[in-house]
Ligand binder design. Structure first.
Ligand code: 5RP
Length: 220
C-alpha cells in the first residue's frame, strides 16, 4: 500500500469517532483533506464542523458542511487531524501546513483528539521533522537568536503567511527528549504565538495506517 492509500484508510476509520448530531473539529493537511471527503458522506448526520484553517473551512463549505466559529460552540466532542510526527505517548509535531495555532486552539476545546497518520509518522523521538513555530513578524530576529541559544537552527518559511497574518520559523536540529518541557519553554519566548509541539495536550487516540491495516494506539 502506498502512503496515500494508508492516509485514505485512516481518514475513513476516523468516521467512527464522529458523534452523530454534534459538531466535529477538523484539522488541516493532506490526511485531513481525505477525512473531509469521507465526512461529506455523512454530512446530514452531523450539525456541522469547526475548521482549523481557512483551507479547511473552504473545503468543508465546498461539501455543503456548515462551519461554525469556535466562539459559537460551547463544546466539541472530537477533533480529527493529522500530524508530522507522533511518538508512543501520542505527543506530536504539527504545523507542516502552517496551521498549528488554530489547530492547537481547536484541540484545546475538544474532548477527544483523534490523530490520523500513516505509519511513517510514528517515531521513537520527536525532532527529525523541523519544528514549526508561529511568530509575530517583528520578533523574527529575536526569536531566531533565542532558538539558536537552545541549539535549534531556525529557518524562515519563505513566502508563507499564516491565516493569522504571522510568520513560520521551522526549527531544525532539536532532539526532543522532553516534549512537554520544550513546548512550555518555547511558549515563554516573547514573540512566539505558538509552537508545533502538541505534548501538553497530546492526542487521545492515534489511528495508524499500516500495510496490515489501521492500528489504534492509545497513549502508553
Ligand atoms: C498542518 C498540520 C498537518 O496535520 C500535518 O502537517 C500533517 O499533514 P499531512 O496530513 O499532509 O501529512 O499540522 O498544519
Amino acid at each position: 500500500m502506498n502512503q496515500d492509500a494508508l492516509k485514505q484508510a485512516v481518514a475513513r476509520a476516523a468516521l467512527a469517532y464522529v458523534v452523530e448530531g454534534k459538531i466535529v473539529g477538523v484539522g488541516t493537511g493532506s490526511t485531513a483533506r481525505l477525512f473531509i471527503e469521507a465526512l461529506a458522506e455523512m454530512k446530514n448526520r452531523i450539525s456541522g464542523a469547526v475548521a482549523s484553517s481557512e483551507d479547511t473551512r473552504q473545503r468543508l463549505e465546498g461539501h455543503g458542511i456548515k462551519v461554525f466559529d469556535l466562539n459559537e460552540v460551547s463544546e466539541l466532542a472530537v477533533y480529527i487531524d493529522g500530524a508530522d510526527e507522533i511518538n508512543a505517548e501520542l505527543h506530536m509535531i504539527k504545523g507542516g501546513g502552517g496551521a498549528l495555532t488554530r489547530e492547537k486552539i481547536v484541540a484545546a476545546v475538544a474532548k477527544k483528539f483523534v490523530c490520523i497518520v500513516d505509519e511513517s509518522k510514528l517515531v521513537p523521538v520527536l525532532g527529525n521533522f523541523p519544528l514549526p513555530l508561529e511568530i509575530i513578524p517583528m520578533a523574527r530576529a529575536h526569536v531566531t537568536r533565542e532558538l539558536t541559544k537552545i541549539g535549534g537552527a531556525p529557518v524562515l518559511r519563505e513566502g508563507f503567511v499564516t491565516d493569522n497574518g504571522n510568520l513560520i520559523l521551522d526549527v531544525n536540529g532539536l532532539q526532543i527528549l522532553d516534549p512537554v518541557d520544550l513546548e512550555t519553554r518555547l511558549n515563554q519566548i516573547t514573540g512566539v504565538v505558538s509552537n508545533g509541539l502538541f505534548a501538553c495536550r497530546p492526542a487521545d487516540v492515534c489511528l495508524l495506517g499500516t500495510s496490515d491495516g489501521v492500528r489504534t494506539l492509545n497513549a502508553c
